[in-house]
Design a binder for this molecule. Structure first.
Ligand SMILES: [Zn+2]
Length: 461
């Protein structure tokens, strides 16, 4: 059978223009012939887009073809064709050039109205779609995916997508105000008068590593965080510490977006590293730092694994060490630092005295002395975890580890050969965190209010 698709466009003056969009001959003898194929839909959407954009561009140029001051018709100085890159194809648009009216002084002699309408010649929704997918999968896969389902222009390639994502991330970066040492703006007296805040906000901050493409460096550290208010959606943040000059501002803006007010408590859960502690310092009047229980158990688990190995060589000693390790865990869980640190000292001393042919004894000794230092440096951040748990408070953000994996893992490390520059990784983190917490689209709608779908499409009866 033959299928023809026609459209009608009625302009503001009430003139209706009709045109053919597509015509297919379709069979109906086998399953693959039923309905539109992807190729049919691509042709259809491309032609439709062409007609719509042409009509809109023409109407816009028409509206700008008279002087805005005296109303006189402007003299036309030829036109050229520009490519407008949209989700539904690269659309050639006729862009006329006009002489400015002589009634007002102008710096240039001529102008093209479409330059104001289509800056950059890329549709905002195209930028959004490219940025979103490239934040999740590689640039190359993004191109393949978009070309599979949409009549995207043939010349779209991984490099273009990378450039567009960079442009979007840089725009977000340019909106970030200056760094400050301290973000507290209210006095204690003013805070007294603030309305009662919602529940506390827990902020987990942790680091991960990304393979570096920079000379003389195999990896560099990225910092990721997740802010979890009791009653609002979570937000992610990410940055490359050695590149970023505004880590505190970044965190502050996320908290502000989440409606944080200065009389609201923030609990920071970290691994106790200096850089994350500094980032959280002076961030809020009411805050606490807690060493994430996850980091304690992770280190204990590592030592426990070694002790299991030692048991094959020195069973009695291994059993004794395992007993001390269990004690250490119990003391720390109950916030009993005094006895916990004595037990850790015992563990280190006992390990020094073990005579064994166990190959990993050195690694075990090292893990134990590192743990000793770790606990003594982080002592001020160790609460009574057991008590917190009893009160239903968080003791761990096991979520932090998964945040690092979510934010950094798939896009940055999965393909081992993938290497990053610091700036590239930092920009990617900006679009990736917004993609993951679902705020990327909102950012675009703030930039381009026309992207909000105000009126739903009316279906023909
Ligand atoms: Zn004029």
């Amino acid at each position: 059978m033959n299928i023809q698709i026609k459209i009608q466009i009625t302009d503001l003056g009430g003139v209706t223009h009709e045109c053919n969009i597509a015509e297919f001959d379709k069979g109906f003898g086998c399953v693959a012939e039923i309905g539109l194929s992807i190729e049919d839909s691509k042709g259809l959407l491309l032609n439709l887009q062409q007609e719509i954009v042409a009509a809109q561009a023409q109407a816009f140029c028409e509206a700008h073809s008279t002087c805005s001051c005296c109303g006189r018709r402007l003299r036309r100085k030829g036109s050229k064709s520009v490519q407008y890159r949209t989700v539904f194809g690269d659309i050639p648009v006729d862009s006329p050039r006009f002489y400015h009216c002589a009634c007002q002084p102008h710096t240039a002699q001529t102008f093209s109205p479409l330059t104001a309408l289509l800056p950059g010649h890329v549709a905002p929704e195209m930028l959004w779609l490219e940025t979103k997918w490239a934040s999740l999968v590689s640039f190359g896969v993004t191109v393949d995916l978009l070309k599979d389902v949409l009549p995207i222009g043939k010349q779209l390639n991984a490099e273009t997508v990378r450039r567009h994502l960079g442009r979007v991330a840089e725009r977000m970066e340019s909106e970030l105000a200056d760094e400050q040492y301290n973000f507290i703006q209210t006095t204690a007296f003013e805070r007294e008068k603030l309305p009662n805040p919602a529940g506390p906000i827990t902020v987990g901050i942790d680091g991960g590593y990304v393979r570096s493409r920079e000379k003389g460096q195999s990896h560099f550290e990225v910092t990721v965080g997740k802010s979890i208010p009791a009653d609002r959606p979570d937000r992610y943040l990410g940055l490359v510490q050695s590149h970023d000059e505004k880590p505190k501002r970044r965190l502050h803006e996320v908290l502000k977006d989440q409606g944080w007010q200065e009389n609201q408590q923030i609990t920071f859960m970290t691994d106790g590293g200096d850089s994350v502690i500094n980032m959280a310092r002076d961030m809020a009047p009411a805050f606490e730092h807690i060493l994430d229980w996850f980091h304690i158990t992770m280190r204990i688990t590592v030592m426990h694994q070694y002790i299991k190995g030692l048991a094959h060589h020195n069973l009695a000693e291994a059993e004794q060490l395992a007993r001390i390790l269990r004690q250490i865990k119990a003391y720390l869980w109950n916030g009993n630092l005094h006895d916990g640190q004595i037990a850790i000292d015992d563990l280190v001393m006992d390990l020094d005295e073990v005579e064994t042919d166990y190959a990993s004894i050195k690694a075990l000794r090292k893990a134990a002395t590192e743990f000793q230092t770790y606990i003594s440096n982080s002592a001020w951040m160790i609460p009574n975890y057991a008590e917190r748990r009893r009160y239903g408070e968080r003791v761990s953000t096991g979520f932090v580890e998964s945040t690092v994996n979510t934010v950094v893992g798939k896009r940055f490390c999965k393909r081992q050969q993938m290497r990053w520059s610091k700036i590239g990784a930092h920009l990617m983190l900006q679009t990736r965190t917004r993609t993951l917490d679902g705020t990327l689209r909102g950012k675009f709608e703030q930039w381009y209010p026309g992207m909000k779908s105000a009126s739903p499409v009316k279906l023909a009866a």
